[in-house]
Design a protein around this ligand. Sequence first.
Ligand code: UTP
Length: 301
Amino acid sequence: MKKLRKAVFPVAGLGTRILPATKAIPKEMLTIVDKPLIQYAVEEALEAGIEHFIFITARGKSALEDHFDIAFELEATLHARGKSKAPLAKTRLQPGSISYVRQQEPLGLGHAIWCARELIGNEPFAVLLPDDLMVGSPSCLAQMAEVHAEHGGNIICTQRIPREESGRYGIVIPEEDLGNVTRIGGMVEKPAPADAPSDMAIVGRYILEPDILSLLATQERGAGGEIQLTDALARAAAKGTSFGFNFEGRRYDCGDATGFVIANLAIAMMRPGMTGPVEDFLSARLPVAAGRAAERSHVAL
Ligand code: UTP
């Protein structure tokens, strides 16, 4: 079995759920505490041993490319002022290890991945959706890479959800419990709770075999008129070599405003030096919490 070396980061979506924030800034560049979402995903991939980073970008996404480049003037200024360059350390990857490919039209996640076919070649690859922020130790993708080394095939990250939320997710049809993973017989996109085949929802991490690319090539448009990855995964599952990995860490859906705010608070609470002030703020022990003051004076924020 070929070693997992490549990861695809689809970042060409429009981010309509969190407008106007994403009008001029890519969703994946929105900041959780002090790092853009994309950097959390890249660090997670580094921990899983990924060597080649493939970004599927689009018009208006050049900030992503700049983020992982050398900012010569900034570094020179920091140096001249005697300030630390340490916060920039993980924004620099090995020269030549990042590739960018354009998705010319936002035709869906499946189409975005297919756009990277020449860069992926004939080897397994990971897919990370940066707006799903995963917190775990080892990292979510590192855990999945171990499962992939053991089982091969397609590894699809899942989390158990309350059934009433099934209409927001792809839901897997479990076939066989294999201990650390579940063999998957198929999947259903956004079923009504009564029709959901399980409570195992697909979340934004995958390790895929390259033959998924030929399924995507012949894929008809599915839900929302988009070329859906879930449809191709459902076809691939018929071979019996797709496995659901249940991630037990935390996932924050940063693709909408509520999830984004919760992620900021949760990550801040994990940062040394921030936990206390944030906890104080949340439990309203501060003299006047800004939000409450605004509420009292009916200020529109
Ligand atoms: P989403 O379903 O969150 O879509 O995509 P979106 O366009 O980013 O956001 P909303 O729903 O309009 O608010 C999941 C991931 O797939 C990428 C997105 O950038 C995101 O990382 N994607 C989606 C693409 O790269 N291309 C697409 O055509 C669609």
